[in-house]
Write a protein that binds this ligand. Structure first.
Ligand code: PAF
Length: 283
């Protein structure tokens, strides 16, 4: 079922809650692929009812970013959602979501001043604003996010904790193409040649994984080797390659606990992100 109005969705949620149904929520910007479908499948497994939002959120795009050209195909998105068992696709217009004279903002500090946050000023304020609004509208028991946007997961977990929002945030594994490229709606921007070149992101992360598994613990050494690999690819331009604490996102030099290796690389004009979490087990 497609719902475009907040009021209609709220009424439906109310009636479900009266009947004691648990609600899973998957927020998306549409252009759905197997990555999103894996989140929806998990939500379907773990909840009685599942709502997917499809909303290209204007407040999280910078002035020179791809808001206008971001791929939109609600018919196909609806089909993909229904195929994996979602009950409702919520697809509001921007003027349904935002008042023209809105004056509230949500800003998670520190975590958003690094990595993608440093490169895309205001981006996470927009993400936090729309996610908090969606969580207020849907009031789900659990909300599902892709681990591909690792910083987004960390920021949303922090916001939900700080604002006492009553929801479990579930991070789901990255889904990859056969050559390792993380599935992303923005992969559709890549030309054939760029698409081939894009496998350099996961290749560099695999190199890091092997080095870590062999016992390398110097972050700068690992980053240097990863950057060397990426720089071999003529169509690739590094935006960042970092090794950070998985929760605080602060830089790490000697790897002694669980870390996140997030990377952002331009392939031609398309900026792609990927990451890898390395867990150190202490027995
Ligand atoms: O990850 C996304 O697609 C978006 O940032 C989200 C969480 C749907 C908010 O617009």
């Amino acid at each position: 079922m497609l719902i475009k109005e907040i009021k209609e969705l709220k009424n439906l949620v109310k009636s479900w809650k009266k009947e004691g149904f648990s609600i899973g929520f998957v927020p998306t910007m549409g252009a759905l692929h197997e990555g999103h479908q894996s989140l929806i499948k998990k939500a379907v497994e773990e909840n009685d009812k599942v709502i997917v939002s499809v909303f290209v959120n204007p407040t999280q795009f910078g002035p020179n970013e791809d808001y206008d050209s971001y791929p939109r195909d609600i018919k196909k998105d609806l089909e993909l959602c229904m195929m994996v068992g979602a009950n409702v696709v919520f697809n509001p217009e921007p003027n349904e979501m935002y008042f023209n004279n809105r004056s509230t903002s949500i800003s998670v500090s520190k975590l958003t001043s690094v990595l993608c946050g440093a490169k895309r000023p205001g981006h996470f304020d927009g993400v936090c604003l729309v996610v908090s609004k969606l969580l207020n509208i849907v009031t789900p028991d659990k909300a599902y996010f892709g681990q591909k946007d690792a910083q987004q997961v960390a920021v949303i977990k922090r916001m939900v904790r700080d604002l006492n929002i009553d929801v479990d945030i579930i991070a789901c594994p990255i889904i990859r193409e056969e050559d390792g490229l993380a599935k992303s709606s923005r992969n559709t921007y890549l030309s054939v040649e760029e698409r081939k070149a894009a496998s350099v992101l996961s290749r560099s992360l695999n190199i890091a994984k092997n080095l870590l598994n062999k016992g390398e613990r110097s972050a700068s050494k690992i980053k240097e080797i990863m950057m060397e690999e990426i720089n071999k690819e003529p169509l690739a331009k590094i935006d960042y390659v970092e090794i950070v604490d998985n929760e605080s996102l602060e830089n790490v030099e000697i790897i002694e606990k669980n870390i996140l290796i997030p990377i952002a690389v331009y392939i031609g004009k398309t900026r792609l992100i990927d990451n890898f979490i390395f867990e150190i087990y202490t027995y």
